[in-house]
Design a protein around this ligand. Structure first.
Ligand code: FMN
Length: 391
C-alpha cells in the first residue's frame, strides 16, 4: 500500500482547517527565487517575508549561539584534496539509508512548525522531498498531523520522536507512525529540556493563534489549549528521565528501525551500538540545545569510529555541496539539512524547498566531479587535507 493509502486506511485525516499565521503570504512568483545562486541566498528572502519572531525562532540558537556558529565554522576549517584524471563524465549521487534508496545523501532534518513559514507547511516540504527522491524526517511537533504529512508525501519518511512524560502519548505516536507508513523512528536524545534560545525569550515567541501541534490536538495536549509559552509547554511535557534503558522500552513498542538523534560523544556512540540501534545522527540540534557543544563535523569522525557497523548521519550547518562531501568523507552515510529547507519553504513554498534541494544536489555533483569521485562509494577520508584533527 502507498504511504497515502496507509494514511487514509489509518482513518486519521486532519480535522478542519486551520487559519494561517498572521503574516504567512502566498508563494511569490518563481522569479523571486530565480536569482538565488545558492541555498544561503534563500535566508534573506525568508527574513524579508517572515514575521521577526518567527524568523528568529528558525534562525536562532541557544544562549550565545557559539555552537550554531561553530557548526558552520567547522566546514570552513576543513579543506579537500581533490584527485584528478578520474573519469567523472557521469556522476551518480545515489545513496541508501537504512536500506532505503535515495537519489542523493541529503535528507530533510526534522524541524518544528513549518506553517510558520508557509500555509502548506510540512505538506509542501514532504512533496518537495518526494520530488527530489529523498527522505524527510517529520517532527513530533509539526503543524500538520503525521497522517496528513504521510498523505502528502511521495517519498520515504522517518518519524522523529519526542518522548513526553506521559508515555502513552509516545506509544500512540509510534502506533500512528507505523500505520501511516513511516519507515524508522528517530528518537531525539539531546532534548531532555529545551535549550535556552534567548531570541525567543526576548521576542516572547509563541505559536500564533490558529496554529497548533497537530499530533496532539486530539489528546488535548496542544500548546494553545494548555496556555503558557511554547518553552514552558516543552519543559512541562518532555520526559527528562529518559535513559539508555529507554531504548529497550522503545524496542518493545516497535519493530521499526531506531535512530538516535543528537549524539556527539564517541562513548555514547559506542553505547548506542551496544544497545543495537540502527542509526546515529551526529547532531547538536543545530546549536539550539547546549551552547558550547562541539561542532558536529568535528565530532563526526570519532562517532563513526566508535559506532562500528551502525549507520552514522550528521546535521548542523550543511549549506554547500562541498559541506556534504566533507561529511561523507568523514564517514557520514548522509547529511540532514534543517534551516535551508525552512528558508526555501518561507521563500516559495514547495517550489522553494525543491529549489534548495536541487541547488544542493547540483553543488554536490560538481564537488564530486572536481574531487574525482564518480559516486558516493568513492568518497573516503583520503579526501580530507591533513592538518585537521580527524582522530
Ligand atoms: C526551527 C527548528 C526547529 C527544529 N525542530 C526540531 C524538532 O522538532 N525535532 C528535532 O529532533 N530537531 C529539531 N531541530 C533540529 C534539526 O533537526 C537539526 O538538527 C538542525 O536544524 C540541523 O542544523 P541546520 O539547521 O544548521 O541544518 C530543529 C531545528 C530548527 C532550526
Amino acid at each position: 500500500m502507498s504511504l497515502s493509502g496507509r494514511a487514509r486506511a489509518a482513518g486519521t485525516r486532519a480535522r478542519g482547517t486551520v487559519r494561517a499565521p498572521r503574516k504567512a503570504r502566498q508563494s511569490p512568483p518563481a522569479s523571486a527565487i530565480d536569482g538565488c545562486a545558492n541555498v544561503l541566498d534563500f535566508e534573506a528572502i525568508a527574513r524579508d517575508r517572515m514575521e521577526r519572531a518567527f524568523y528568529d525562532y528558525y534562525a536562532g540558537g541557544a544562549e550565545d549561539e557559539r555552537t550554531l556558529a561553530a557548526n558552520r565554522g567547522a566546514f570552513a576549517e576543513v579543506f579537500l584534496r581533490p584527485r584528478v584524471l578520474v573519469d567523472v563524465s557521469r556522476i551518480d549521487t545515489a545513496a541508501s539509508v537504512l536500506g532505503t534508496p535515495v537519489s542523493m545523501p541529503i535528507l530533510i532534518a526534522p524541524t518544528a512548525f513549518h506553517r510558520l513559514a508557509h500555509p502548506d507547511g510540512e505538506l509542501a516540504t514532504a512533496r518537495a522531498a518526494g520530488a527530489a527522491r529523498t527522505l524527510m524526517v517529520a517532527s513530533t511537533i509539526s503543524t500538520y498531523s503525521l497522517e496528513d504529512i504521510a498523505g502528502a508525501a511521495t517519498g520515504p519518511l522517518w518519524y522523529q520522536l519526542y518522548v513526553y512524560k506521559d508515555r502513552s502519548l509516545a506509544r500512540n505516536l509510534i502506533q500512528r507512525a507505523v500505520a501511516a507508513g513511516y519507515r524508522a523512528l528517530c528518537l531525539t536524545v539531546d532534548t531532555p529540556l529545551l535549550g535556552c534560545r534567548e531570541r525567543d525569550v526576548r521576542n516572547k515567541f509563541d505559536l500564533p493563534a490558529g496554529l497548533c501541534l497537530s499530533n496532539f490536538e486530539a489528546a488535548g495536549l496542544d500548546v494553545a489549549t494548555m496556555g503558557g509559552s511554547f518553552a514552558a509547554y516543552a519543559t512541562r511535557q518532555l520526559d527528562a528521565s529518559l535513559t539508555w534503558d529507554s531504548i529497550e522500552w522503545l524496542r518493545s513498542e516497535t519493530k521499526l528501525p531506531i535512530i538516535l538523534k543528537g549524539i556527539i560523544a564517541a562513548e555514547d556512540a559506542a553505547r548506542a551500538a551496544e544497545r543495537g540501534v540502527d542509526g546515529i545522527i551526529v547532531s547538536n540540534h543545530g546549536g539550539r540545545q547546549l551552547d558550547g557543544a562541539e561542532a558536529t563535523l568535528r565530532a563526526l569522525p570519532r562517532v563513526v569510529d566508535a559506532a562500528g557497523k551502525v549507520e552514522v548521519f550528521m546535521d548542523g550547518g550543511v549549506r554547500r555541496g562541498t559541506d556534504v562531501l566533507k561529511a561523507l568523507a568523514l564517514g557520514a552515510r548522509a547529511v540532514l539539512v534543517g534551516r535551508p529547507c525552512l528558508w526555501g519553504l518561507a521563500s516559495a513554498g514547495e517550489q522553494g524547498v525543491a529549489r534548495v534541494l536541487e541547488l544542493l544536489r547540483q553543488e554536490l555533483t560538481l564537488a564530486m566531479a572536481l574531487c574525482g569521485c564518480p559516486n558516493v562509494r568513492a568518497v573516503d577520508r583520503s579526501l580530507i587535507a591533513s592538518g585537521w584533527a580527524t582522530g
